[in-house]
Write a new protein. Sequence first.
Length: 211
Amino acid sequence: MSPLPYDPARLAARAAEIVAATRELAALGWTPATSSNFSMRLDAGHAAITVSGRDKGRLTEADIMVVDLEGRPVATHHRPSAETLLHTQLYARFPDLGCVLHTHSRTQTVASRLFARQGHVRLAGYELLKAFAGNRTHDMAIEVPVLPNSQDMPALAAQVERLLDAGPLWGYLIDGHGLYAWGKDMAEARRHLEAFDFLLACELELRRLQP
Ligand SMILES: CSC[C@@H](O)[C@@H](O)C(=O)COP(=O)(O)O
Ligand SMILES: [Zn+2]
């Protein structure tokens, strides 16, 4: 019997998944200068998440720790990601949610700046909209919200709660900062993250070509 309040074998498995995905995303240049954070659900009350400040391009399993769904460290002296609350609020709200990914790609950051005043980026008519779970056609539109940046995580989390109250959401941008995306497991969260990045890049390119 483990004295820990979570299953250590499951933590090891999730940590390996997070490390593998993080290295790939870092190789794309989406996690500059130690930025970005990543998590996966462990069980109904716990999540595995990256330790704060670690170089995401050189992540190892030792850089993954456990928090409860209020963002408190569990059985560790490590400090969790500064943005832990933005992860745990999603696990607490959606019992089937399994993975939350946050990156700082150039495309995401530039798009967040360009569309901050508008408050959202409208993505319409793209085949890749079908990458978002539940969407069946290109013939629709979604609005990716752009929130003002803040170091006040409870305040930022409260804004995210209001967005979630308003309707289905696969992710959001934070102005001058980056993108949050999530899914039922790592594969789905990765698909959403990659679809957002690709579609935001298309919108930026269109504005260059058709100013
Ligand atoms: C290095 S600046 C980026 C951070 O302030 C933050 O936005 C971030 O994404 C990483 O923070 P972390 O505490 O390592 O999870
Ligand atoms: Zn960040």
